[in-house]
Every structure is written in C-alpha cells, then in structure tokens.
Design a binder for this molecule. Sequence first.
Ligand code: SF4
Length: 493
Amino acid sequence: MAFNLESSNVATRENRIGSITGYIGSLSDLANQSKCGTLKGCSRCFSQSSSCLSTCALNQLSAIRDVAIIHHGPAGCSVAGANAYYLDKVMARKRGVTTSTVYVGTDMNENDTIFGSAESLRKIILEVNRRYSPKAIFVSSSCATGIIGEDIDSIVDDVKTEIDVPIVAVHCEGFKSRIWATGFDISDHAVLSSIVKPPKQKRNTINFKNFYESARPEIIEMFKNFDLEPIFLYCNSTVEELSRLSESLATTCICGTLGNYLGNGLEEKYGVPYIRTINPLGIAGFEAWLREIGRVTGREAAVEKYIEEQRAVYLPQIEEIKKELKGLRAVLGMGPGYTFEVSRVLNELGIEVVWALAWHYDKKYENGDVPPSMQYLLENDVDFEASVADQQNYEVMNILNQYQPDLYLSRHPGSTVWAIKNGTPAVYVADEYMIFGYKHTLEFAQSVLDSIHNRSFEKNLARRVKLPYTDWWYQQNVDKFLEEAKTNGKVVG
Ligand code: SF4
C-alpha cells in the first residue's frame, strides 16, 4: 500500500485492507476466502455494543510524554480523556518518569455545531501551546466536527506559523469505522506524518510497538544478548525518541493489529524492515520472531545461542504442565491480533479450541499478505469454528451455553465478566506480555491450570447472579444461531 503522509487523513480498515466485523464459519473457510479475495463482511440487524475508534487513537497519542491532545468535539466525546489521563500518569509513575501531557476537550455546544467553531479552536490551540508548552500537539476531530465539515486541517495549517513544535490534525470521527482498531492506524499516521524525521545515522535500536511495556526490563535484558536496544512505543515515549524511529534496524510489535500500520509505514518510507512473523507468544511464536530479528539484523548466531539456553531451562517444565492441560476445551474472544495467536498457543499446549471469536478480522495487512497467525494455523492443519463479532456478548453467551467449554479466554474485561457470571472459568489475558516467550508461556499455562482447578469463584458467582440470558432465551436462539453458522456463514441479529 502506498502511504500518503502528505494527507492528514487515513482510510478506514474496511476501505483500506478489507477488514470485516461480521462472519461465522470455520478458520479454514475464513482464511481461504481471505486468500482468494471473496471474503465479505456480513452485516447485523442488531448491535449490542461497540467502541469509538477515537479512544484507541487518542489513548495511544496521549501516552506519549509531554504532548497536548486537543479533542475538538462535544464534552461527551472527550470524556475518554479522563481514563487516558489517569492511565498515562500511572504508567509514567510505574516506569519512574514524569509526563506533562494534557488532554483538552473543546466542549462544542449547539451553537458551535450550527455555525462552526473554527475561531474558538484556533484560540484554544494557541492558548494550550502558551500555557503548557507541549512538545507536540494533536488536534482531533469527532463525529460532530465531521458532520458539519469543520476544516481542522486549515486551522492547523494556519497556526503552524505561530507554533514551533509539531502540530497535526487527527481525523478520528467515530462514525467512520466500525473497527476501533482503525484508531491505532490513525495514531500511527499522525506520528509518521508529523514527528518521524528522515534518518541521520543508523543505530542499534529496534522499534517495539506495544501497549503498556510491562515486560520492559526483561526485554531490555534479552536484547542486550544481541547488542540491540528496544524503543518501546508509545507508552512513555518522548517526541525526540519518536523523531528518530527511522534510524532503527527494524520494527516489531507485540500484536499485528496494533503495529501493522507503523511497521509497514516505516519500511515503505524509510526502509526500516518490519518483522513479519507470528507474534512472540508461545514457543513457536517466540522462536520464529527471534530468528527473524536475528536474520534481519545479522545476529543469527547470538539468537540461536539464546534459544538453546532458554529451551534447556523452560521446555522440560512446559512439557510437564502440558500433561495436565491435555484435553481441555476452550472458547476465545479477543481482537484478531490475539485470537489467532492465542489459539495457536493453546494448540501448542494441548488445549482444544472449540470456537474462536475475533472482534474484527483483517483479511490482509498493509503489504497485501494474509496475517501470519492465520497462515501458520492453516499450514499446520489447525481448524476450528470461528466467528467475527465486534464484542457482541450475546453471541459469546450463546456459544458458551452450547459448547460448555472448560475455559473462556478474553482480553477484555467487559467480555470476561459475562463468562464468569455464567459459571465458566475464565482467564483474562489483560497484559500483552502474559504469554510472551518461554517464561510467560509457562506462567500462562500455570494460570490456566489454576482456573481449572479452582472453580469455586465462578460457581458461587453464577449461583448468585441473575443473568438477562434465561434458559428460555437460549432455547429461542441457540439452534437458529448455530444452524446458520454451519450452513451459510451469515450472522443473525
Ligand atoms: S467521536 Fe462520535 S462515536 Fe466517538 S465518542 Fe464522539 S460522538 Fe461518540
């Protein structure tokens, strides 16, 4: 895909790479349809829940240290700023750094939505710059500004002469995409187009896109074995660090959904290789990922030595615990960057995946390839029933009720909690590094075992909670829902 960094706008995932939010069928069918180009998203006549992509985009940007986010929209849109502000401060404290990032809402009112508020926005930008002296300014749109056609680009261009730090319009009207991960691309586009500069010199650094850098110390230690220094993005990044991303030897990420746009953009614009392997979760993922980093950066021997040492420590322990996991049956509900990776890890551990839900599905990435996680499952003859649903919990509940798995795994608390109330043991795969490398794969296997061995919490909670999903309701819908799944892959609402 050609990246147009001259434009502040980025097309949605649906339009750019044909991503979908509705499908029911099997993994192999999903992948085959992706490959031959026939995959089309099914639409729902009912939607239980979803999220606004601006939360994804602006949470990413506000995690950068000492910047200003100006969210141009009604107060209801910028309420997301409260969570972002809190999280940014906690993450900075955890890392032992400080951040003066500010998140400002412009509080558009009725008058503004009728007559526009370009002049107010101009004044707010200048005042934010005067008062907080941020290192970069991101001016975001919203549904309201999108609908009235507020010309944020012109306002930003206009104030550039009065502001001497990077300033960029961030187009994240919530209505433009049903896929909130489009927000990740929007934030990457803003960083690529306004902050990243052409390289002056190459450095022994590797760009590492992640969420909250919880495994930062151990990853820094690991990369020392290969004389590489990771630069974690964007949580606690500085604008200066970001300006030099083009000088790194490679870009990688903990999740393809999160890192795909930045990785491909840096490769296309500045020749920084993007590591395209399955993710470093589980043993196969970790080894494939490390070996590719070794190949791209010319450090194969050091990588092989590290793998050999780590295998000796962890593989016997993982093999031992697999004996207890064998035969368990699991259902998953996660973003696609994790659903098909965690499915692979479960398979490695001997756990049968009976159904995997992805909150959306990218049939191809920016470079035109089917996501590596999907490719890997197909090449290794792994198949299971799969659906794509943007966190429609009524579908999750139907599946749990029908399949009665030993375990439900989700990366979102709003989904995990329903399984627990239903009495299904659940593992909340919250931390992005929870299955990273050998050590965390072992810990993950132990967590699964703990949830299976002690089911009293789920049992007690289920006994005391009255769910809106009654037996009558399940009887009305389950057959219809699953029959449809097996016949023509359509979603029923
Ligand atoms: S941008 Fe649109 S979808 Fe997002 S919070 Fe505002 S009104 Fe809602």
